[in-house]
Design a protein around this ligand. Structure first.
Ligand SMILES: *[C@@H]1O[C@H](CO)[C@@H](O)[C@H](O)[C@H]1NC(C)=O
Ligand SMILES: *[C@@H]1O[C@H](CO)[C@@H](O)[C@H](O)[C@H]1NC(C)=O
Ligand SMILES: *[C@@H]1O[C@H](CO)[C@@H](O)[C@H](O)[C@H]1NC(C)=O
Ligand SMILES: *[C@@H]1O[C@H](CO)[C@@H](O)[C@H](O)[C@H]1NC(C)=O
Length: 322
């Protein structure tokens, strides 16, 4: 008497499992492991399919957004879309791939994605007898824009640069790099503000003259894995005149003053006691001037040699001074 009900339960169980396997009971709804990442304005696909594949042509598929608010996104039933209760914000932007449905692919196409589309989406096949009749897909939506660099002014021997970039979401990181891709210490942390949902960042850096005078501002958003860069070439003559140029100038000036003093002294001496004949005075003054010229030129050549390619400006300056 005891064994009969037990075997009946077994029989029913086996029957149930068989029926389940004959229908699509063994297929499960599968979504992507990673969130779908999009930029505002993109057309995207939210993946969802039956594994193992089986036709969904004659089933119902409901896409809803669960977070941050619940919205009806798309409903497919009896071989056609049935979107009477669709949320207005999704109107005209959703579709399923009709040809793919018979392969068990119920992925949703969403066009012209906006920042407010971000959230978690549920892909649900209510007619599926399997335990796994739904899955969720995360959608991240970002916005990026090109940074803009401007030259603000000078500080010490350096030039102050400003990088600005607005229209980002989520909030990005901003760094300054030199031409060897080394991060430069910025003049303080980035200044950030938020305007109509999007983030704007600004950061200053003071740079010294380098081989290339090329500097890069990099803006990076890790979550949506987007990076934008802008490079600037700062012309040599924007940098304050370097110390070397000033030293050359001072030396040349000092030698010039010395030469002039000697010349004047000799002229006065000549006028007083008429020691030298007039022709010799001319010769001495001429020699002095020549010596001054040679010293100044020597200093100029030496500096030019040391600085060679870096300081093309020095040449111009030394020539002017001489
Ligand atoms: C299911 O997938 C297999 C292998 O990808 C393919 O050969 C088969 O045609 C698919 N079945 C359907 C119903 O699309
Ligand atoms: C489903 O269909 C879409 C659109 O054709 C395609 O991009 C996607 O790769 C398909 N997914 C699978 C799992 O076949
Ligand atoms: C979907 O599966 C869950 C359990 O995974 C179950 O509670 C629910 O009733 C199923 N929905 C339908 C419509 O079968
Ligand atoms: C420096 O920047 C200028 C302009 O952005 C570019 O044309 C040049 O190739 C850069 N030079 C190097 C070495 O990166």
């Amino acid at each position: 008497m005891k064994t009969f009900p037990t075997s009946a339960v077994w029989c029913l169980g086996i029957l149930f499992i068989s029926v389940s396997l004959i229908t699509t009971g063994s297929s499960e709804v599968v979504g992507p492991a990673d969130p779908v990442v999009a930029l505002a304005g993109d057309d995207i696909i939210l993946p969802c399919s039956l594994k193992p594949n089986a036709s969904v042509k004659d089933m119902a598929v409901r896409w809803t957004r669960l977070n941050p608010t619940t919205e009806n996104v798309h409903f497919y039933r009896d071989g056609q879309d049935s979107n009477e209760d669709q949320s207005p914000s999704y109107r005209g932007r959703t579709s399923v791939f009709n040809e793919e449905l018979k392969k068990g692919n119920v992925s949703l196409k969403l066009t012209r994605v906006t920042l407010s589309d971000a959230g978690s989406y549920r892909c649900f096949i209510p007619t599926l007898t399997s335990q796994v009749n739904q899955t969720t897909v995360q959608l991240l939506v970002g916005a990026v824009s090109q940074p803009v660099i401007s030259i603000v002014g000078t500080k010490g021997w350096g030039v102050v640069l400003k990088c600005e970039s607005g229209g980002w979401f989520p909030e990005p990181e901003m760094e300054w790099l030199d031409s060897s891709r080394t991060i430069l210490p910025a003049d303080g942390p980035p200044e950030r503000h938020r305007d109509s949902g999007l983030y704007a960042v600004r950061r200053h850096v003071t740079v010294d003259q380098t081989d290339t005078n090329n500097f890069t501002c990099r803006v990076h958003q890790l979550e949506i894995n987007h990076l934008k860069e802008t490079e600037i070439h700062v012309p040599d003559d924007v940098f304050p005149k370097s110390q070397e140029v000033m030293i050359v100038g001072l030396l040349a000036g000092a030698v010039g003053v010395l030469a002039a003093s000697i010349g004047v002294y000799m002229l006065i001496k000549h006028m007083k006691d008429d020691v030298f004949p007039k022709s010799q005075v001319g010769l001495i003054v001429g020699l002095l001037i020549a010596a001054v010229g040679v010293i100044a030129a020597g200093v100029y050549m030496l500096r030019k040699h040391i600085e060679e390619k870096k300081r093309k400006k020095l040449g111009k300056w030394a020539v002017v001074l001489l």
